[in-house]
Ligand binder design. Structure first.
Ligand SMILES: [Zn+2]
Length: 49
């Protein structure tokens, strides 16, 4: 039986969105500062709290 909480699911979704972006975004893969990555990374940190 899964005991995943709503917060953990949001955390996972935010994390996957961020990782998914960084692996497909040309700017992120080049190591360039990317506003989208910053936003997704911030959303992930917010979800972890
Ligand atoms: Zn990016």
């Amino acid at each position: 039986m899964k005991t995943t909480t709503r917060a953990e699911q949001t955390d996972d979704v935010a994390y996957r969105a961020w990782i998914g972006h960084t692996t497909t975004c040309a700017a992120c893969r080049a190591g360039v500062a990317c506003p989208t990555a910053v936003r997704l990374g911030r959303a992930w940190r917010e979800a972890r709290r």
